[in-house]
Design a protein around this ligand. Sequence first.
Ligand SMILES: Nc1ncnc2c1ncn2[C@@H]1O[C@H](COP(=O)(O)OP(=O)(O)O)[C@@H](O)[C@H]1O
Ligand SMILES: [Mg+2]
Length: 281
Amino acid sequence: MSAAGAAAQPTPAGVPLKLELAGLHVSYVTREGAAIEAVGGIDLQVPDKPGVGEIVVLLGPSGCGKSTVLKSVAGLLRPTRGEVRVGGQPVTGVGRDRGMVFQQYTSFGWLTVAENVGYGLRLAGVPKAQRQEQVEHYLQLVGLYDYRQLYPKSLSGGMKQRVAIARTLINRPRLLLMDEPFGALDPQTRWEMQTLLLEIARREDATIVLVTHDVSEAVYVGDTCYVLTPRPARIVERVEVPSFGDRTPALKAAPEFRAVEQALLARLYARLPGSAETVSR
Ligand SMILES: Nc1ncnc2c1ncn2[C@@H]1O[C@H](COP(=O)(O)OP(=O)(O)O)[C@@H](O)[C@H]1O
Ligand SMILES: [Mg+2]
């Protein structure tokens, strides 16, 4: 089921919401029948701001339930309790209104870069000329135009993720869901990709929900950052990240950037075993 094309429903307060998590609980049941609570009750609202590209970050330690939250938004997992709504419509399964980019690059090895990017439109029956125009636009956007005839196996990790991003964006999802998308990349490439993501959010006025355990990444790309507890994931704090003017990699060394990082780190690790707040002396 898809909510594509549905107008955002206003909340009782009159604010249209792009994404809403209402009392989201997700538990897994193991083969032995034991329940593992991965998401322990999350309430979150992302307002619909037409014309404004926004990046919402879910920041939490490894294993806390981040991917579980994102898969629930994607419609790949059903909540145990609570609900996910996109544009006011309950999510009941996957849909073209939500695109997902995973850490591990997933593409078709037998198709060229351009064919991979155009694949979704081909499936949707979009005529060739129109498809080519769109493919070119998204190849330009992610900086892959000159590599369009290559096959994925000859690309670097960062370039492969650019293909994955372009291939997802071309479907014009209302939400771009990214699960630690740069986690497997070297630091230099990671910075480049983070900067590219800022550019994409600005140019495509896309709403991006990005999951990461990397505090620096959260501050660099995030407009709003939700800090999550260890499993089961709950929200500890919602932080509005300052705009910092132009975001370039040099910003990461600036005192005002470091200050936000430190504040998030303190929230993130306050409740982990061995941290200053939990060690008894
Ligand atoms: N299919 C599953 N069955 C049982 N437990 C799972 C399953 N998937 C994830 N988990 C557990 O749920 C918790 C949260 O997982 P996940 O959402 O992948 O965390 P994160 O993305 O934050 O690292 C982890 O403890 C993980 O072991
Ligand atoms: Mg994960």
